[in-house]
Ligand binder design. Structure first.
Ligand code: AMP
Ligand code: GLY
Length: 366
């Protein structure tokens, strides 16, 4: 579903523009940056944007040769959107063969697997960086982090995200400036130069390597649930900024974020991400919403006979702000205790590892 939703959004922007309607988002040509890994990697190479060394392979023998040349571990990526399942990090020759079976043999991803990217495995800390773009200028958002794995201590399968907080606690202001200068601005300039001027949210997935930051991938949208954490800290009125950006010029030089921190705990249903249970009535929404500094975001809910029921994988995001990150997390978890349905599941460790190695005062940092 995410796959179709995303593709549809790309066309929607073009449709709006064709009808003379203002819309803030990337046109289909600009959204190729997320839609095709081959396009993205070749684009990075054309513009000297730091990324992992790579080869594009069109068939299995070519892919095998490339993988062997990089050594192990090696990273293999299907070209198109594959709902997060198109990337394999192979630790052994068997795992390389399994990934190639999947991409070329079973054709699980349809045309998404026609070409694959083989790339060098990078090591370092993985971070995200978000900015709004109006085609020519960027307004960086505050830092935010997501927790992709389903279970505590980063175990279990990848998901869309099980929790988030802002600030991320991972990037200094200097690192942020470096990422803007070496990666995001060259990306925006390169896209404009290629007649794919980018308007919308640029979300870079990066690895902080010993040689400096390198881009792993771009998403051409805001992350979920990072967006909720970021919006709770935004001081500016977003609508006029987006309207100005859609018209081609934000007209301001920076966004303003509250010093307080924010955190989001995702409440999911048993069975997510594969086959979530649906239909349970949800209790305690009102009580949770009455907690101070708490907002409960609905994602996969529906109304049935006047009662809110769980109707999807990630069902709710319980978000809170606080002076320090620890306060925001504590408030979000306290409000979470009010909510229940039979198949409710959530991670108990969002932010925990970070807090154990951080000094107080993080709430006051970007
Ligand atoms: P991607 O969709 O390209 O971001 O890849 C999904 C995940 O695979 C990333 O979030 C990283 O954790 C990992 N990954 C992708 N490319 C590399 C790489 N070259 N080296 C190490 N890990 C990678
Ligand atoms: N939370 C990661 C994403 O939205 O892709």
């Amino acid at each position: 579903r995410a796959h179709y939703r995303r593709r549809f959004t790309q066309v929607l922007v073009d449709e709006f523009q064709a009808r003379g309607l203002r819309v803030f988002g990337p046109r289909k040509a600009a959204a190729e940056l997320e839609g095709s890994k081959v396009f993205a990697k070749e684009f990075f190479a054309r513009h000297g944007i730091p990324t992992a060394e790579f080869v594009v392979a069109h068939d299995r023998p070519e892919a095998e040769r490339a993988a062997a040349a990089f050594g192990l571990p090696v990273v293999l990526k299907a070209d198109g959107l594959a709902a997060g399942k198109g990337v394999a990090i192979a630790q052994s020759a068997e795992q390389v063969a399994e990934a190639l079976d999947l991409f070329f043999g079973e054709r699980r991803f349809g045309t998404a697997g026609d070409r694959i990217v083989i790339e060098r495995h990078l090591t370092g800390e993985e971070v995200s960086f978000f900015a709004l773009a109006d085609g020519a200028r960027l307004l960086p958002l505050a830092t935010a982090r997501d927790y992709k794995r389903l279970l505590d201590d980063d175990r279990g399968p990848n998901t869309g995200g099980m929790g988030s907080h802002s600030p991320s606690g991972l990037l200094t202001a200097e690192q942020g400036a470096d990422i803007l200068e070496t990666i995001l601005y060259p990306t925006l300039a390169g896209l404009a130069e290629e007649n794919r001027a980018f308007t919308g949210v640029l979300y870079a997935g990066l690895m902080l390597t010993e040689e400096g930051p390198k881009v792993l991938e771009y998403n051409t949208r805001c992350g979920d649930p990072e967006c909720q954490a970021l919006m709770l800290r935004l001081e500016d009125d977003l609508l006029p900024i987006l309207a100005a950006g859609a018209a081609g010029n934000f007209g301001i030089s920076r966004l303003h974020f509250r010093k307080e921190a924010s955190a989001v705990i995702v409440l999911a249903s048993e069975g997510y991400p594969d086959k979530p249970e649906r239909g349970d009535p949800i209790e305690g929404l009102e009580a949770a919403g009455q907690h101070p500094n708490v907002v409960v975001f609905h994602a996969g809910t529906a109304e049935r006979e006047g009662q809110v029921v769980a109707a999807g994988g990630r069902v709710l995001g319980v978000a809170a702000t606080g002076v320090e990150l620890a306060d925001a997390l504590r408030s979000a978890y306290a409000a979470t205790q009010e909510i229940s349905w039979q198949a409710m599941r959530y991670r108990k460790d969002i932010g925990r590892r970070l807090l154990s190695r951080l000094e107080p005062g993080l709430g006051a940092r970007a």
